[in-house]
Design a binder for this molecule. Structure first.
Ligand SMILES: [Zn+2]
Length: 376
């Protein structure tokens, strides 16, 4: 559930619905802080301070991500979008940084911008006249401290958090091995994640609900660490294969004029796959997924032909036969629509050679585990 809110420097900015929760929570804590200092404050003032603080944090997270994205663009990396969600933001940079130095700079500018924003807000607070309304004082103080907290949290050497990326880049420069560097940085990340969970649990036992946040963030970080490491490892493993090697074999294709009933009995029931390519005159013209068949009422399945129920090839992303397995893996990570499928085309004439599905990705990884000499 994403809401597109606009484009900055050609980068799409998306808000996940869970972002509303950050605004609400930060707002709640800011208002709570206000009410503790001034018990007589009016409800309208509390609401106003809450909403403004929530929005400032959201804008601050956006600036943090924009800093990463703009510097990444400077280094020639493509940035597709920035997504803001419950635990902060993520810049979807389409490639890994090419050198340790660029990774260090791209990673450092995010926390640096948070620290600068936080510092400026606090400097404002201490240089402005004392007669400022209390709501403004609280807002400057609260959002200043929050930004500084955000900056320091992101400097934790816990991969894939910014600090962890910096650690990985330093190890990468020393050992000249990206996977080994990622492995060590991920171990540190896991250690920090469990540390947060344990600390959150102790806080929860001693002080109640606030500790839950640390437990949630720790669990989230732990998942991210595992996933990011696996992605780097898989990309590296597949980088010596090309897309052509990963195409589904044997090629099982359904003729376009088969009825859905026949397709079910002769293909779906028999081979227990979720989708098949559809052919006409020896050429792949579409994909039929089990969900496409489910949409047609049972009594019509003996008349309906596959060619009418299938999805068009244009609905799926494609890749060239000589692109590397690393590229295939990246396309899969970016794919949002289901079923996750890649069309493999011949580079010379765009002729469609076949498909790569998620199961083919898994079997290619298994192939590399069994035949490491062929994947080096
Ligand atoms: Zn960051």
């Amino acid at each position: 559930m994403n809401i597109k809110i606009g484009k900055i420097f050609g980068i799409e900015i998306k808000l996940h619905v869970s972002t509303l929760l950050i605004i609400g929570l930060v707002g709640f804590y800011a208002a709570n802080f206000y009410a503790t200092l001034v018990p007589t404050v009016s409800l309208i003032d509390l609401l106003l301070v809450g909403i403004i603080n929530g929005l400032i944090i959201l804008a601050s997270i956006l600036v943090h991500e924009l800093a990463h994205s703009i510097v990444a663009q400077r280094y020639g990396l493509k940035v597709k979008e920035i997504e803001l969600y419950l635990f902060g933001g993520a810049s979807k940079i389409e490639e890994e940084p090419r050198t340790p130095k660029s990774e260090i700079i791209i990673s450092a500018v995010g926390p640096l911008s948070s620290l600068i924003i936080g510092g400026l807000l606090l400097i404002f607070l201490f240089t402005l006249p004392l007669s400022l309304p209390l709501g403004v004082v609280i807002t400057l103080f609260y959002s200043g401290i929050s930004n500084i907290g955000l900056g320091f949290f992101n400097l934790f050497p816990a991969f894939p958090v910014d600090g962890g990326r910096i650690l990985r880049a330093i190890l990468w420069a020393k050992r000249k091995n990206l996977v080994a560097a990622t492995k060590t940085a991920s171990r540190v990340g896991t250690f920090f994640a469990y540390g947060l969970i344990v600390y959150g649990f102790i806080q929860f036992l001693l002080f109640g609900l606030n500790g839950i946040w640390l437990i949630l963030i720790g669990t989230f970080l732990n998942n991210q660490t595992k996933q990011s490491y696996l992605q780097v490892l898989n990309e590296e493993t597949l980088s010596h294969l090309n897309a052509k090697d990963m195409i589904s074999v044997p090629r099982l294709e359904i003729p376009f004029n088969l009825t859905l009933l026949e397709a079910i009995s002769q293909f779906f029931m028999l081979y227990k796959k979720e989708y098949f390519p559809v052919i006409k005159n020896g050429l792949i013209i579409g994909i039929i997924h089990i969900d496409d068949i489910k949409k047609v009422p049972v009594e019509q399945r003996s008349e309906f032909i596959v060619g009418y129920a299938m999805r068009k090839l244009n609905d799926f992303p494609s890749i060239y036969d000589d692109d590397s397995g690393k590229q295939v893996m990246k396309k899969f990570v970016q794919m949002e629509s289901k079923p996750q499928l890649l069309i493999v085309k011949e580079h010379r004439d765009d002729f469609i050679l076949g498909l790569i599905g998620k199961d083919d990705l898994v079997s290619s990884l298994r192939f590399c585990q069994l035949n490491p000499e062929k994947c080096q």
